[in-house]
Write a new protein. Sequence first.
Length: 250
Amino acid sequence: MTEEAADMGPGSLRARDVMTTGVVTVPPDTPAPALARLLADRGISSAPVTDAEGRLLGIVTEADLLRRLAGAEEKPAGWLRGFFSNPDREAARYARTHGAAARDIMTAKDLATVDEDTTAERCARLMEERRVKRLPVLRDGRLAGVVSRADLLRAVMEPPAKLGAADAEAAAARDARIRAALRKEMRAQPWTGGQYAFADVQDGVVALHGFARSDEVRRGLRVLAERIEGVERVEDRMVDAPVLWPSQYI
């Protein structure tokens, strides 16, 4: 359940100012051994589980994987314990400790999440209350980033105005550089139909707009944008070109 942002004053840092973007995510069908290798290789302690649209489904943590490993050593419960136990709770525990994929192992219920306007103070308090090390940040139900304890510590060590201003200036400069590189490359490639296709850049995300003559042009533009340094994601928002199309485009 997403926590509402507390009104801590205009000078407070928000989750959007301190969160880590470009978070490593996994699909729900990811096998448990692959999850363990991912966490070990990347030196991270958890990975959000998302669907194809980026909606948050749950989180797989080191603790979840260790719980699964410990569960392999458990013996069947005796009849007395089975008589007093809750069947639904026991079934859920069994699935999490014996599951083969992220969807069964992950923590999914009662996740602590925040939105981009949640203050850093509220994030810190929520971490303490829920005893978690990180909070997924949601934008319209989709994962936008993660606020970790390390992110909050960096916010404490630097004055809010300085940190926020530096981040904003760096992001604006990166977006401007990407826009310039896109315009230059699209002008150099005649197949792009530059007079009918254009790109917008916000926070490192390239959104392609305009008309596309074919799927090949769409794919080519996506690859072109992905090659530019600093681009985090490319979103195709183009529409198919009309049947009656100016001859200069063809």
